[in-house]
Ligand binder design. Structure first.
Ligand code: ADP
Ligand code: ADP
Length: 227
């Protein structure tokens, strides 16, 4: 059960500065696909980084499941992130890139192998497992980044503009793939984008942000007045 609760969250970068996130107060349901949308600089990534523990919380609370995570180190949060720039290791094969996070755990080679291959099958990158990232297209690289996230079996996915480096056609295709991945895995997901179409076509619900403040939280139909 991984609902996420934001309780009157504030973020200031530095003492006596204006908060860049103000009174952020939302509950994300278990298995929901929630999109944060808003212009560049409105605070989306800051909230995401606070969930991951990469940024301190100035005021308020974040709960994952029933656990208050404010002071929990990132490594103890059961979260996987996917970024815009893939962040793949250039000198490792696709297989090693996906396996890397599991190698540090007490997990047998055989178990790791099963997990990597299962992730590769789901993402349809099995033929590329021995290649290096630079031998892949942008879409294939983004699938590897997704593979590295899903292989961790996290409670929560955080995705920060994962498609913005892709060309328009691939972006549309990957939207559908991410949604179908979410349906398959049922992991609570927060997806950050500045692209309204992406928000509208992907979100179960959308959080519209501006200048660090939530403007609206609702379904795409209600927000964009579509049937
Ligand atoms: P978004 O993800 O919506 O583009 P961000 O969360 O990255 O927005 O940024 C929100 C605000 O916080 C912006 O005004 C940005 O300049 C500022 N900001 C982000 N990171 C830092 C930082 N490390 N130090 C100071 N200010 C920052
Ligand atoms: P481990 O599998 O032991 O967590 P990793 O080397 O994969 O080892 O990661 C070290 C730490 O870095 C993790 O505990 C986690 O906090 C963070 N981390 C690594 N990969 C990701 C990811 N895709 N998303 C979020 N955090 C990650």
């Amino acid at each position: 059960m991984a609902r996420i609760l934001f309780n009157h969250l504030f973020k200031r970068y530095g003492k006596n500065t204006d908060p860049v996130v103000k009174d952020f107060d939302v509950e994300v349901a278990d298995k929901e696909f929630l999109v944060f949308v808003g212009p560049s600089g409105c605070g989306k990534s800051t909230v995401l980084r606070m969930i991951a523990g990469l940024e301190d919380i100035s005021e308020g609370e974040i709960y994952i499941g029933d656990e208050l995570v404010n002071d929990l180190p990132p490594k103890d949060r059961d979260i996987a992130m996917v970024f815009q720039n893939y962040a793949l290791y250039p000198n490792m094969s696709v297989y090693e890139n996906i396996a890397f996070g599991l190698r540090l755990r007490k997990m047998s080679k055989h178990e790791i192998d099963l997990k990597v291959k299962k992730a590769a099958r789901i993402l349809e990158i099995e033929p590329f497992l021995e290649r290096k990232p630079k031998q892949l297209s942008g879409g294939q690289r983004q699938r590897v980044a997704l593979g590295r996230a899903i292989v961790r079996d996290p409670q929560v996915f955080l995705m920060d503009e994962p498609l913005s480096n892709l060309d328009a056609k691939l972006r549309v295709q990957m939207r559908t793939e991410i949604i179908s991945l979410h349906k398959q895995l049922g992991v609570t997901t927060i997806y950050v984008t500045h692209d309204q179409t992406e928000a509208m076509t992907m979100g179960d619900r959308i959080v519209v942000m501006k200048d660090g403040v939530i403007q609206q939280v609702d379904t795409p139909e209600k927000i964009y007045n579509t049937p």
